[in-house]
Design a protein around this ligand. Structure first.
Ligand code: T46
Length: 136
């Protein structure tokens, strides 16, 4: 995998049940300013279709599963998220689409910045233009 990056989290489960912990600057590579959850998504729905100029995120599927399609303008990857013990790190300037949500999917996303619509690139041609300009 080269567009996204998997992070592994220690399984702290015992006979009482499962436990996993996400800690900024320890197993999450940035200061966590925001956490949001995506859930109750119908199987046919697709979300995303944008990139971020600055935002870094780690997406963890704490229940069920979903697929994340990542695209850096040159390479594309399809990643299945299905465990709380693995997070997908998504840096800036990566186009993402989320699809194939299971009924019980709960996707938790840890984000490096507060919500800011001006950080979104929601047009694919604009995304390609911005990464081309950035590589010059
Ligand atoms: C991302 C993927 C993985 C807020 O007001 N605050 C928030 O923290 C978020 C995440 C969204 N919103 C608003 C913006 C839209 O009016 O909620 C609405 C739905 O957001 P959006 O269509 O961007 O949702 P997704 O699922 O397409 O994308 C989300 C994140 O927005 C995005 O940063 O990387 O999940």
């Amino acid at each position: 995998m080269s567009v996204g990056k998997f992070l592994s989290f220690e399984d702290l489960s015992d006979s009482r049940g499962g436990l996993v912990s996400y800690e900024e600057s320890r197993n999450i590579p940035f200061h966590i300013k925001r956490i949001y959850c995506i859930y109750n998504v119908s199987h046919n729905a697709e979300r995303g279709f944008h990139a971020h100029r600055k935002l870094e995120q780690v997406a963890v599927c704490v229940s069920g599963s979903c697929t994340m399609l990542l695209d850096n303008g040159k390479e594309k990857e399809s990643i299945v998220l299905s465990t709380p013990y693995k997070g997908l790190y998504i840096g800036s300037n990566i186009w993402r689409v989320m699809q194939s949500f299971s009924k019980d999917c709960v996707l938790v996303v840890l984000a490096s910045e507060l919500y800011d619509e001006s950080d979104y690139i929601r047009n694919y041609d604009e995304f390609l233009k911005e990464i081309e300009m950035g590589s010059r």
